[in-house]
Design a protein around this ligand. Structure first.
Ligand code: NOJ
Length: 559
Protein backbone atom coordinates (compact mmCIF):
# COMPACT_ATOMS: atom_id res chain seq x y z
CA UNK A 1 0.00 0.00 0.00
CA UNK A 2 1.22 3.51 -0.83
CA UNK A 3 2.14 5.62 2.14
CA UNK A 4 0.94 9.21 2.49
CA UNK A 5 1.07 11.81 5.26
CA UNK A 6 -2.70 12.29 5.20
CA UNK A 7 -3.15 8.57 5.84
CA UNK A 8 -0.99 8.89 8.95
CA UNK A 9 -2.64 12.07 10.23
CA UNK A 10 -5.30 12.62 12.86
CA UNK A 11 -7.73 15.44 12.10
CA UNK A 12 -9.43 17.57 14.75
CA UNK A 13 -12.58 19.45 13.78
CA UNK A 14 -13.11 22.91 15.20
CA UNK A 15 -16.60 24.42 15.01
CA UNK A 16 -15.42 27.97 15.64
CA UNK A 17 -18.72 29.34 16.90
CA UNK A 18 -18.62 26.99 19.90
CA UNK A 19 -14.89 26.55 20.48
CA UNK A 20 -13.58 29.58 22.40
CA UNK A 21 -14.72 33.18 22.63
CA UNK A 22 -11.86 35.67 23.08
CA UNK A 23 -13.83 38.93 23.11
CA UNK A 24 -16.91 38.33 25.26
CA UNK A 25 -19.58 38.55 22.54
CA UNK A 26 -20.70 35.00 23.33
CA UNK A 27 -19.52 33.66 19.96
CA UNK A 28 -16.34 31.66 19.51
CA UNK A 29 -13.73 33.28 17.26
CA UNK A 30 -10.37 32.91 15.60
CA UNK A 31 -8.42 34.48 18.43
CA UNK A 32 -10.14 31.98 20.70
CA UNK A 33 -8.75 29.15 18.57
CA UNK A 34 -5.30 30.73 18.82
CA UNK A 35 -5.59 30.66 22.62
CA UNK A 36 -6.15 26.90 22.52
CA UNK A 37 -3.50 25.79 20.04
CA UNK A 38 -1.24 24.51 22.80
CA UNK A 39 -4.08 22.28 23.94
CA UNK A 40 -4.46 20.82 20.43
CA UNK A 41 -0.74 20.37 20.09
CA UNK A 42 -0.64 18.56 23.42
CA UNK A 43 -3.38 16.23 22.21
CA UNK A 44 -1.15 15.45 19.25
CA UNK A 45 -3.46 16.06 16.31
CA UNK A 46 -1.91 16.90 12.93
CA UNK A 47 -4.63 18.73 11.04
CA UNK A 48 -7.30 21.17 12.17
CA UNK A 49 -10.45 21.17 10.04
CA UNK A 50 -12.08 24.55 10.46
CA UNK A 51 -15.82 24.61 9.89
CA UNK A 52 -16.62 27.69 7.74
CA UNK A 53 -15.10 30.98 8.90
CA UNK A 54 -16.16 33.02 5.86
CA UNK A 55 -18.49 36.01 5.82
CA UNK A 56 -22.02 34.76 6.31
CA UNK A 57 -25.44 35.89 7.49
CA UNK A 58 -25.47 32.67 9.55
CA UNK A 59 -28.75 31.20 8.50
CA UNK A 60 -26.93 27.85 8.79
CA UNK A 61 -23.99 28.91 10.97
CA UNK A 62 -21.56 29.74 8.20
CA UNK A 63 -22.63 27.04 5.73
CA UNK A 64 -24.29 29.93 3.87
CA UNK A 65 -21.41 32.03 2.55
CA UNK A 66 -21.83 35.60 1.33
CA UNK A 67 -18.13 36.30 0.70
CA UNK A 68 -15.68 33.46 0.11
CA UNK A 69 -12.65 35.69 0.59
CA UNK A 70 -13.58 37.43 3.83
CA UNK A 71 -13.71 36.31 7.46
CA UNK A 72 -17.05 36.34 9.30
CA UNK A 73 -17.23 39.58 11.30
CA UNK A 74 -18.07 37.73 14.55
CA UNK A 75 -15.00 35.49 14.11
CA UNK A 76 -12.45 38.28 13.57
CA UNK A 77 -10.45 39.57 10.63
CA UNK A 78 -8.31 38.23 7.82
CA UNK A 79 -5.27 39.37 9.83
CA UNK A 80 -6.46 37.12 12.69
CA UNK A 81 -6.80 34.25 10.24
CA UNK A 82 -3.30 34.82 8.87
CA UNK A 83 -1.92 34.75 12.40
CA UNK A 84 -3.79 31.53 13.11
CA UNK A 85 -2.43 29.86 9.99
CA UNK A 86 1.11 30.91 10.85
CA UNK A 87 0.81 29.76 14.46
CA UNK A 88 -0.64 26.42 13.39
CA UNK A 89 2.22 25.89 10.93
CA UNK A 90 4.80 26.89 13.52
CA UNK A 91 3.47 24.09 15.72
CA UNK A 92 3.85 21.58 12.89
CA UNK A 93 0.10 21.30 12.33
CA UNK A 94 -2.02 22.04 9.26
CA UNK A 95 -5.34 23.71 8.48
CA UNK A 96 -8.05 22.19 6.35
CA UNK A 97 -10.72 24.67 5.22
CA UNK A 98 -14.38 23.91 4.74
CA UNK A 99 -15.33 24.40 1.10
CA UNK A 100 -19.05 25.04 0.71
CA UNK A 101 -19.71 25.31 -3.01
CA UNK A 102 -22.89 23.37 -3.64
CA UNK A 103 -24.65 26.57 -2.61
CA UNK A 104 -23.89 30.08 -1.42
CA UNK A 105 -25.85 32.49 0.71
CA UNK A 106 -28.71 34.37 -0.93
CA UNK A 107 -26.83 37.44 0.31
CA UNK A 108 -23.82 36.65 -1.88
CA UNK A 109 -23.45 39.41 -4.53
CA UNK A 110 -23.63 36.69 -7.22
CA UNK A 111 -27.13 35.78 -6.11
CA UNK A 112 -28.21 39.38 -5.69
CA UNK A 113 -27.22 39.95 -9.32
CA UNK A 114 -28.63 36.64 -10.44
CA UNK A 115 -32.08 37.33 -9.06
CA UNK A 116 -32.16 40.91 -10.39
CA UNK A 117 -33.18 40.00 -13.96
CA UNK A 118 -33.47 37.02 -16.28
CA UNK A 119 -30.76 38.34 -18.56
CA UNK A 120 -28.24 39.29 -15.90
CA UNK A 121 -24.82 37.74 -16.74
CA UNK A 122 -24.91 35.96 -13.35
CA UNK A 123 -28.41 34.54 -13.90
CA UNK A 124 -26.95 31.11 -14.72
CA UNK A 125 -24.74 31.00 -11.64
CA UNK A 126 -27.82 29.55 -9.93
CA UNK A 127 -30.59 27.16 -10.90
CA UNK A 128 -33.72 29.00 -12.04
CA UNK A 129 -36.83 27.33 -13.47
CA UNK A 130 -40.30 28.49 -14.45
CA UNK A 131 -43.19 27.22 -12.36
CA UNK A 132 -45.32 24.26 -13.38
CA UNK A 133 -49.06 25.00 -13.40
CA UNK A 134 -48.47 27.90 -11.05
CA UNK A 135 -46.53 25.71 -8.61
CA UNK A 136 -42.95 24.63 -7.97
CA UNK A 137 -40.99 23.25 -10.97
CA UNK A 138 -40.90 19.78 -9.36
CA UNK A 139 -41.81 18.05 -6.11
CA UNK A 140 -38.37 17.87 -4.44
CA UNK A 141 -38.19 18.32 -0.70
CA UNK A 142 -35.53 20.49 0.90
CA UNK A 143 -33.23 18.72 3.36
CA UNK A 144 -34.29 21.38 5.86
CA UNK A 145 -38.00 20.65 5.17
CA UNK A 146 -40.54 22.21 2.84
CA UNK A 147 -40.15 22.59 -0.92
CA UNK A 148 -36.64 22.79 -2.37
CA UNK A 149 -37.83 25.65 -4.62
CA UNK A 150 -38.44 29.27 -3.73
CA UNK A 151 -40.51 31.58 -5.86
CA UNK A 152 -38.93 34.94 -6.66
CA UNK A 153 -41.39 37.59 -7.68
CA UNK A 154 -38.89 39.90 -9.38
CA UNK A 155 -38.43 37.54 -12.33
CA UNK A 156 -41.41 35.22 -11.84
CA UNK A 157 -39.25 32.08 -11.55
CA UNK A 158 -38.19 29.63 -8.86
CA UNK A 159 -34.65 28.93 -7.64
CA UNK A 160 -33.45 25.62 -6.25
CA UNK A 161 -32.24 25.36 -2.65
CA UNK A 162 -31.56 21.84 -1.43
CA UNK A 163 -30.96 23.33 2.03
CA UNK A 164 -32.58 26.51 3.41
CA UNK A 165 -34.13 29.15 1.18
CA UNK A 166 -31.16 31.31 2.11
CA UNK A 167 -28.82 28.71 0.56
CA UNK A 168 -29.47 28.79 -3.22
CA UNK A 169 -27.75 25.97 -5.13
CA UNK A 170 -24.96 27.02 -7.47
CA UNK A 171 -25.19 25.91 -11.08
CA UNK A 172 -22.13 23.74 -11.77
CA UNK A 173 -23.22 23.29 -15.38
CA UNK A 174 -21.97 26.84 -15.93
CA UNK A 175 -18.21 26.85 -16.73
CA UNK A 176 -17.88 30.49 -15.62
CA UNK A 177 -19.19 29.63 -12.17
CA UNK A 178 -16.76 26.74 -11.96
CA UNK A 179 -13.86 29.02 -12.82
CA UNK A 180 -14.92 31.41 -10.03
CA UNK A 181 -14.77 28.55 -7.54
CA UNK A 182 -11.33 27.42 -8.74
CA UNK A 183 -10.01 30.92 -8.42
CA UNK A 184 -11.33 31.14 -4.84
CA UNK A 185 -9.66 27.81 -4.01
CA UNK A 186 -6.41 28.98 -5.56
CA UNK A 187 -6.56 32.19 -3.55
CA UNK A 188 -6.76 30.20 -0.29
CA UNK A 189 -4.08 27.76 -1.41
CA UNK A 190 -1.79 30.68 -2.18
CA UNK A 191 -2.31 31.81 1.39
CA UNK A 192 -0.96 28.43 2.47
CA UNK A 193 -3.97 26.45 3.65
CA UNK A 194 -3.40 22.70 3.63
CA UNK A 195 -6.57 21.20 2.29
CA UNK A 196 -10.32 21.21 1.93
CA UNK A 197 -13.25 19.39 3.46
CA UNK A 198 -15.84 19.65 0.73
CA UNK A 199 -19.41 20.16 1.90
CA UNK A 200 -22.02 17.83 0.31
CA UNK A 201 -19.73 17.61 -2.67
CA UNK A 202 -21.61 14.72 -4.29
CA UNK A 203 -24.61 17.06 -4.76
CA UNK A 204 -22.84 19.25 -7.34
CA UNK A 205 -24.05 17.60 -10.52
CA UNK A 206 -27.81 17.65 -11.01
CA UNK A 207 -29.58 15.44 -13.51
CA UNK A 208 -30.80 18.02 -15.99
CA UNK A 209 -34.23 16.42 -16.33
CA UNK A 210 -35.25 17.82 -12.94
CA UNK A 211 -37.87 15.06 -12.80
CA UNK A 212 -40.18 14.53 -9.84
CA UNK A 213 -38.89 12.30 -7.06
CA UNK A 214 -40.80 9.36 -5.61
CA UNK A 215 -43.22 10.26 -2.86
CA UNK A 216 -43.18 8.06 0.20
CA UNK A 217 -46.42 7.07 1.84
CA UNK A 218 -48.36 10.12 3.08
CA UNK A 219 -45.60 12.60 2.31
CA UNK A 220 -46.21 15.94 0.69
CA UNK A 221 -42.91 16.17 -1.19
CA UNK A 222 -40.83 13.81 -3.31
CA UNK A 223 -37.28 12.58 -2.79
CA UNK A 224 -35.12 14.29 -5.40
CA UNK A 225 -31.89 12.64 -4.29
CA UNK A 226 -31.68 10.15 -7.21
CA UNK A 227 -31.41 13.26 -9.41
CA UNK A 228 -28.64 15.02 -7.51
CA UNK A 229 -26.63 12.42 -5.52
CA UNK A 230 -23.54 11.41 -7.52
CA UNK A 231 -25.10 12.99 -10.59
CA UNK A 232 -23.97 12.44 -14.19
CA UNK A 233 -21.00 14.87 -14.18
CA UNK A 234 -19.77 14.48 -10.61
CA UNK A 235 -16.52 12.68 -11.47
CA UNK A 236 -15.77 15.18 -14.21
CA UNK A 237 -16.29 18.10 -11.80
CA UNK A 238 -14.07 16.58 -9.12
CA UNK A 239 -11.34 15.87 -11.64
CA UNK A 240 -11.59 19.42 -12.90
CA UNK A 241 -11.31 20.77 -9.33
CA UNK A 242 -8.04 18.86 -9.12
CA UNK A 243 -6.69 19.98 -12.47
CA UNK A 244 -7.70 23.62 -12.15
CA UNK A 245 -7.16 24.25 -8.44
CA UNK A 246 -5.44 21.53 -6.45
CA UNK A 247 -2.75 20.25 -8.78
CA UNK A 248 0.78 20.98 -7.61
CA UNK A 249 -0.36 21.36 -3.98
CA UNK A 250 0.32 18.60 -1.47
CA UNK A 251 -2.97 19.04 0.36
CA UNK A 252 -5.53 16.81 2.08
CA UNK A 253 -9.04 16.47 0.66
CA UNK A 254 -12.17 14.85 2.02
CA UNK A 255 -15.58 15.00 0.41
CA UNK A 256 -18.76 14.90 2.45
CA UNK A 257 -21.01 12.45 0.60
CA UNK A 258 -24.41 11.51 1.96
CA UNK A 259 -25.74 8.32 0.37
CA UNK A 260 -22.40 7.15 -1.02
CA UNK A 261 -21.66 3.40 -1.26
CA UNK A 262 -18.21 1.76 -0.94
CA UNK A 263 -18.26 0.97 -4.68
CA UNK A 264 -18.81 4.63 -5.52
CA UNK A 265 -16.33 5.74 -2.88
CA UNK A 266 -13.69 3.63 -4.55
CA UNK A 267 -14.16 5.69 -7.70
CA UNK A 268 -14.03 8.93 -5.73
CA UNK A 269 -10.89 7.98 -3.80
CA UNK A 270 -9.05 5.59 -6.13
CA UNK A 271 -5.34 6.29 -6.38
CA UNK A 272 -5.15 7.17 -10.05
CA UNK A 273 -8.48 8.93 -10.41
CA UNK A 274 -7.43 12.41 -9.32
CA UNK A 275 -10.59 13.12 -7.33
CA UNK A 276 -10.42 12.95 -3.52
CA UNK A 277 -8.32 11.35 -0.79
CA UNK A 278 -11.31 10.16 1.18
CA UNK A 279 -15.03 10.68 1.66
CA UNK A 280 -17.29 11.02 4.67
CA UNK A 281 -19.83 8.25 4.25
CA UNK A 282 -23.02 8.20 6.33
CA UNK A 283 -24.15 4.59 6.55
CA UNK A 284 -23.15 4.15 10.17
CA UNK A 285 -24.61 7.56 11.05
CA UNK A 286 -27.91 6.58 9.43
CA UNK A 287 -28.50 3.72 11.88
CA UNK A 288 -31.80 4.27 13.65
CA UNK A 289 -33.33 6.27 10.80
CA UNK A 290 -37.02 5.53 10.21
CA UNK A 291 -40.01 6.95 8.33
CA UNK A 292 -39.31 10.43 9.77
CA UNK A 293 -35.62 10.19 9.01
CA UNK A 294 -33.34 10.65 11.98
CA UNK A 295 -36.18 11.95 14.17
CA UNK A 296 -37.66 8.45 14.22
CA UNK A 297 -34.67 7.54 16.37
CA UNK A 298 -35.26 3.80 16.07
CA UNK A 299 -33.16 1.22 17.91
CA UNK A 300 -29.85 0.17 16.39
CA UNK A 301 -27.99 -3.13 16.59
CA UNK A 302 -24.28 -3.67 17.09
CA UNK A 303 -24.26 -6.34 14.39
CA UNK A 304 -25.47 -3.71 11.91
CA UNK A 305 -22.83 -1.21 12.98
CA UNK A 306 -20.15 -3.89 12.58
CA UNK A 307 -21.47 -5.02 9.22
CA UNK A 308 -21.46 -1.45 7.88
CA UNK A 309 -18.01 -0.50 9.14
CA UNK A 310 -16.50 -3.82 8.00
CA UNK A 311 -17.98 -3.38 4.55
CA UNK A 312 -16.28 0.03 4.33
CA UNK A 313 -12.99 -1.34 5.69
CA UNK A 314 -12.76 -4.15 3.15
CA UNK A 315 -14.41 -2.14 0.35
CA UNK A 316 -11.61 0.41 0.29
CA UNK A 317 -8.67 -1.72 1.38
CA UNK A 318 -7.11 -2.21 -2.05
CA UNK A 319 -7.65 1.12 -3.70
CA UNK A 320 -9.08 4.12 -1.88
CA UNK A 321 -9.02 5.25 1.72
CA UNK A 322 -11.46 5.59 4.62
CA UNK A 323 -12.25 8.49 6.87
CA UNK A 324 -13.15 7.41 10.41
CA UNK A 325 -15.59 9.39 12.49
CA UNK A 326 -18.24 9.07 15.18
CA UNK A 327 -19.00 12.75 15.50
CA UNK A 328 -19.15 16.08 13.77
CA UNK A 329 -21.17 19.30 14.05
CA UNK A 330 -24.22 17.59 12.50
CA UNK A 331 -24.36 14.51 14.73
CA UNK A 332 -25.30 13.85 18.33
CA UNK A 333 -22.47 13.11 20.75
CA UNK A 334 -21.21 9.56 20.30
CA UNK A 335 -20.97 8.72 23.99
CA UNK A 336 -24.70 9.44 24.25
CA UNK A 337 -25.52 7.64 21.03
CA UNK A 338 -23.45 4.45 20.90
CA UNK A 339 -22.06 4.50 24.44
CA UNK A 340 -23.42 5.25 27.88
CA UNK A 341 -23.39 8.86 29.05
CA UNK A 342 -24.32 7.96 32.63
CA UNK A 343 -22.55 5.46 34.84
CA UNK A 344 -20.09 4.30 32.18
CA UNK A 345 -19.42 7.58 30.43
CA UNK A 346 -15.66 7.39 30.84
CA UNK A 347 -15.32 3.69 30.03
CA UNK A 348 -17.61 3.87 27.01
CA UNK A 349 -16.05 7.05 25.59
CA UNK A 350 -12.63 5.38 25.72
CA UNK A 351 -13.93 2.14 24.24
CA UNK A 352 -15.54 3.99 21.33
CA UNK A 353 -12.34 5.92 20.74
CA UNK A 354 -10.20 2.78 20.62
CA UNK A 355 -12.73 0.98 18.43
CA UNK A 356 -12.60 3.78 15.84
CA UNK A 357 -8.94 4.74 15.99
CA UNK A 358 -7.72 1.19 15.49
CA UNK A 359 -9.64 0.85 12.21
CA UNK A 360 -7.95 1.54 8.88
CA UNK A 361 -8.39 5.15 7.77
CA UNK A 362 -7.79 8.72 8.85
CA UNK A 363 -9.51 9.43 12.19
CA UNK A 364 -11.44 12.65 12.81
CA UNK A 365 -12.01 13.93 16.33
CA UNK A 366 -14.82 16.44 16.78
CA UNK A 367 -14.19 19.12 19.41
CA UNK A 368 -15.15 17.94 22.88
CA UNK A 369 -15.21 14.27 21.86
CA UNK A 370 -11.83 13.93 23.56
CA UNK A 371 -13.50 15.10 26.78
CA UNK A 372 -16.43 12.70 26.49
CA UNK A 373 -18.86 15.60 26.10
CA UNK A 374 -22.47 14.42 26.04
CA UNK A 375 -25.77 15.34 24.42
CA UNK A 376 -27.72 18.15 26.03
CA UNK A 377 -31.43 18.16 26.87
CA UNK A 378 -32.73 21.72 26.81
CA UNK A 379 -36.27 21.90 28.14
CA UNK A 380 -37.75 24.26 25.61
CA UNK A 381 -37.51 24.47 21.84
CA UNK A 382 -36.70 28.18 22.36
CA UNK A 383 -33.28 27.19 23.64
CA UNK A 384 -32.37 25.50 20.34
CA UNK A 385 -30.62 27.41 17.55
CA UNK A 386 -30.17 24.95 14.68
CA UNK A 387 -32.27 25.67 11.59
CA UNK A 388 -32.80 21.97 10.86
CA UNK A 389 -34.03 21.32 14.40
CA UNK A 390 -36.34 24.35 14.39
CA UNK A 391 -37.81 23.64 10.94
CA UNK A 392 -38.34 19.97 11.78
CA UNK A 393 -40.06 20.86 15.06
CA UNK A 394 -42.33 23.18 13.19
CA UNK A 395 -43.25 20.60 10.58
CA UNK A 396 -43.62 17.54 12.80
CA UNK A 397 -45.42 19.24 15.68
CA UNK A 398 -47.51 21.74 13.76
CA UNK A 399 -48.30 19.79 10.56
CA UNK A 400 -47.80 16.11 11.38
CA UNK A 401 -49.44 16.02 14.78
CA UNK A 402 -46.43 14.91 16.85
CA UNK A 403 -46.77 15.76 20.53
CA UNK A 404 -44.25 18.27 21.85
CA UNK A 405 -42.96 15.61 24.26
CA UNK A 406 -42.29 13.14 21.46
CA UNK A 407 -40.48 15.75 19.38
CA UNK A 408 -38.42 17.07 22.30
CA UNK A 409 -37.28 13.57 23.11
CA UNK A 410 -36.24 13.06 19.46
CA UNK A 411 -34.41 16.40 19.59
CA UNK A 412 -32.61 15.40 22.78
CA UNK A 413 -31.36 12.29 21.00
CA UNK A 414 -30.67 13.60 17.51
CA UNK A 415 -30.48 17.40 17.21
CA UNK A 416 -27.37 18.90 15.66
CA UNK A 417 -27.23 21.29 18.62
CA UNK A 418 -26.08 18.35 20.77
CA UNK A 419 -22.72 18.85 19.11
CA UNK A 420 -22.82 22.63 19.14
CA UNK A 421 -22.97 23.53 22.82
CA UNK A 422 -19.81 25.40 23.83
CA UNK A 423 -16.65 23.51 24.65
CA UNK A 424 -16.34 22.98 28.38
CA UNK A 425 -12.92 24.34 29.24
CA UNK A 426 -13.20 24.52 33.03
CA UNK A 427 -15.72 24.72 35.86
CA UNK A 428 -15.99 28.51 35.95
CA UNK A 429 -18.94 30.53 34.64
CA UNK A 430 -20.04 29.43 31.14
CA UNK A 431 -17.48 26.64 31.35
CA UNK A 432 -14.75 29.17 30.56
CA UNK A 433 -16.02 29.51 26.99
CA UNK A 434 -17.05 33.17 27.20
CA UNK A 435 -17.28 36.12 29.57
CA UNK A 436 -20.48 37.16 27.87
CA UNK A 437 -23.73 35.37 27.16
CA UNK A 438 -23.11 32.31 25.01
CA UNK A 439 -25.03 32.16 21.70
CA UNK A 440 -26.29 28.75 22.77
CA UNK A 441 -26.43 27.55 26.35
CA UNK A 442 -23.60 25.56 27.88
CA UNK A 443 -24.34 21.94 28.80
CA UNK A 444 -25.04 22.05 32.57
CA UNK A 445 -22.71 19.10 33.17
CA UNK A 446 -19.60 21.29 32.74
CA UNK A 447 -18.52 21.23 36.42
CA UNK A 448 -18.03 17.48 36.01
CA UNK A 449 -16.93 17.32 32.35
CA UNK A 450 -14.32 19.89 31.36
CA UNK A 451 -10.89 20.15 29.77
CA UNK A 452 -9.04 21.38 32.83
CA UNK A 453 -10.22 18.47 34.91
CA UNK A 454 -9.44 16.01 32.12
CA UNK A 455 -6.00 17.45 31.60
CA UNK A 456 -5.11 17.04 35.28
CA UNK A 457 -6.29 13.45 35.45
CA UNK A 458 -3.87 10.97 33.83
CA UNK A 459 -6.71 8.45 33.49
CA UNK A 460 -9.03 10.82 31.65
CA UNK A 461 -10.59 10.37 28.23
CA UNK A 462 -8.34 13.20 27.00
CA UNK A 463 -5.17 11.28 27.91
CA UNK A 464 -6.62 8.13 26.37
CA UNK A 465 -7.10 9.94 23.03
CA UNK A 466 -3.60 11.32 23.33
CA UNK A 467 -2.26 7.81 23.74
CA UNK A 468 -4.25 6.50 20.77
CA UNK A 469 -2.78 9.26 18.60
CA UNK A 470 0.68 8.40 19.88
CA UNK A 471 0.21 4.71 19.04
CA UNK A 472 -0.65 5.63 15.46
CA UNK A 473 2.66 7.49 15.22
CA UNK A 474 4.62 4.60 16.68
CA UNK A 475 3.12 1.63 14.83
CA UNK A 476 2.71 1.41 11.06
CA UNK A 477 0.21 -1.38 11.58
CA UNK A 478 -2.28 1.08 13.10
CA UNK A 479 -2.28 3.05 9.86
CA UNK A 480 -1.69 0.42 7.22
CA UNK A 481 -2.75 -2.95 8.65
CA UNK A 482 -5.40 -4.97 6.83
CA UNK A 483 -8.73 -5.27 8.65
CA UNK A 484 -10.58 -8.48 9.42
CA UNK A 485 -13.80 -8.73 11.45
CA UNK A 486 -14.10 -11.39 14.16
CA UNK A 487 -17.32 -12.57 15.86
CA UNK A 488 -19.66 -10.96 13.27
CA UNK A 489 -22.83 -12.25 14.98
CA UNK A 490 -21.98 -11.19 18.50
CA UNK A 491 -24.40 -8.46 19.68
CA UNK A 492 -22.12 -7.31 22.49
CA UNK A 493 -18.55 -7.35 21.24
CA UNK A 494 -16.96 -5.54 18.30
CA UNK A 495 -13.77 -7.53 17.67
CA UNK A 496 -11.34 -7.32 14.80
CA UNK A 497 -7.74 -7.84 13.80
CA UNK A 498 -5.38 -5.77 11.72
CA UNK A 499 -2.48 -7.46 9.92
CA UNK A 500 0.73 -5.95 8.63
CA UNK A 501 3.82 -7.93 7.65
CA UNK A 502 4.31 -10.47 10.48
CA UNK A 503 2.35 -8.53 13.08
CA UNK A 504 -1.25 -8.33 14.13
CA UNK A 505 -3.40 -6.09 16.27
CA UNK A 506 -6.32 -7.61 18.13
CA UNK A 507 -9.06 -5.18 19.15
CA UNK A 508 -11.83 -6.23 21.55
CA UNK A 509 -14.61 -3.80 22.46
CA UNK A 510 -17.60 -4.49 24.65
CA UNK A 511 -20.53 -2.24 23.67
CA UNK A 512 -22.75 -3.35 26.57
CA UNK A 513 -23.00 -2.68 30.26
CA UNK A 514 -22.85 -6.38 31.06
CA UNK A 515 -19.75 -8.53 31.12
CA UNK A 516 -19.12 -10.32 27.84
CA UNK A 517 -17.06 -13.44 27.33
CA UNK A 518 -15.68 -14.55 23.98
CA UNK A 519 -13.82 -17.30 22.17
CA UNK A 520 -11.16 -16.24 19.71
CA UNK A 521 -9.79 -18.18 16.74
CA UNK A 522 -7.15 -20.62 18.00
CA UNK A 523 -4.41 -19.24 15.72
CA UNK A 524 -4.34 -15.93 17.61
CA UNK A 525 -3.14 -17.69 20.73
CA UNK A 526 0.02 -18.80 18.91
CA UNK A 527 1.38 -15.23 19.00
CA UNK A 528 2.98 -13.52 21.92
CA UNK A 529 0.70 -10.69 22.96
CA UNK A 530 1.28 -7.34 24.64
CA UNK A 531 -1.54 -5.04 25.58
CA UNK A 532 -1.08 -1.65 23.89
CA UNK A 533 -4.01 0.15 25.45
CA UNK A 534 -7.16 -0.59 27.42
CA UNK A 535 -9.62 1.15 29.68
CA UNK A 536 -9.57 -1.15 32.73
CA UNK A 537 -5.96 -1.18 33.83
CA UNK A 538 -3.27 -3.76 33.28
CA UNK A 539 -3.48 -7.51 33.64
CA UNK A 540 -1.44 -10.68 33.14
CA UNK A 541 0.75 -11.48 30.11
CA UNK A 542 -0.84 -12.71 26.89
CA UNK A 543 -4.42 -12.45 25.66
CA UNK A 544 -6.60 -12.52 28.72
CA UNK A 545 -9.31 -15.14 28.91
CA UNK A 546 -11.32 -13.04 31.35
CA UNK A 547 -14.66 -11.72 30.12
CA UNK A 548 -14.73 -8.09 29.06
CA UNK A 549 -16.04 -5.75 31.74
CA UNK A 550 -18.83 -3.25 30.92
CA UNK A 551 -17.64 -1.18 27.93
CA UNK A 552 -14.16 -2.59 28.29
CA UNK A 553 -11.76 -2.38 25.37
CA UNK A 554 -8.42 -4.10 24.95
CA UNK A 555 -5.96 -3.67 22.13
CA UNK A 556 -3.23 -6.31 21.86
CA UNK A 557 -0.14 -6.25 19.71
CA UNK A 558 0.63 -9.79 18.48
CA UNK A 559 4.05 -10.79 17.19
C1 NOJ B 1 -23.41 19.70 5.47
C2 NOJ B 1 -22.91 20.46 6.66
O1 NOJ B 1 -22.10 19.62 7.42
C3 NOJ B 1 -24.11 20.97 7.40
O2 NOJ B 1 -23.80 21.52 8.65
C4 NOJ B 1 -24.82 21.97 6.52
O3 NOJ B 1 -26.02 22.36 7.12
C5 NOJ B 1 -25.12 21.40 5.14
N1 NOJ B 1 -24.05 20.62 4.59
C6 NOJ B 1 -25.40 22.50 4.18
O4 NOJ B 1 -24.22 23.21 3.89
Amino acid sequence: MDKAWWKEAVVYQVYPRSFMDSDGDGIGDINGILMKLDYLQELGVNVIWLSPVYQSPNDDNGYDISDYKAIMTEFGTMADFDRLLKAVHERGMKIMMDLVVNHSSDEHPWFEESRSSRDNPKRDYYIWKPGRNGKEPNNWESIFKGSAWEYDEATDEYYLHLFSRKQPDLNWENPKLREEIYSIMTWWLDKGVDGFRMDVINFLSKDQSYSDGAIQHEKQYGDGSPFFLNGPRIHEFLQEINQRALSGHDVITVGEMPGVTPEEAQLFTGKDRGELHMVFQFEHMDLGKGPEGKWSNDKWKLTDLKRILSKWQTGLERDGWNSLYWNNHDQPRVVSRFGNDGKYRIESAKMLAACLHMLQGTPYIYQGEELGMTNVAFESIDEYRDIETLNSYDELVHSHGWSKERMMSAIHARSRDNARTPIQWNDSRNAGFTNGTPWIKVNPNFPEINAEKAYNDPNSIFHFYKKLIQLRKEHDIVVYGRFELLLPDDERIFAYTRSFEEEKLLVLCNFKEEQASYTLPEELHAYSATKLIGNYGQEEEGISSKPLQPYECRVYHLK
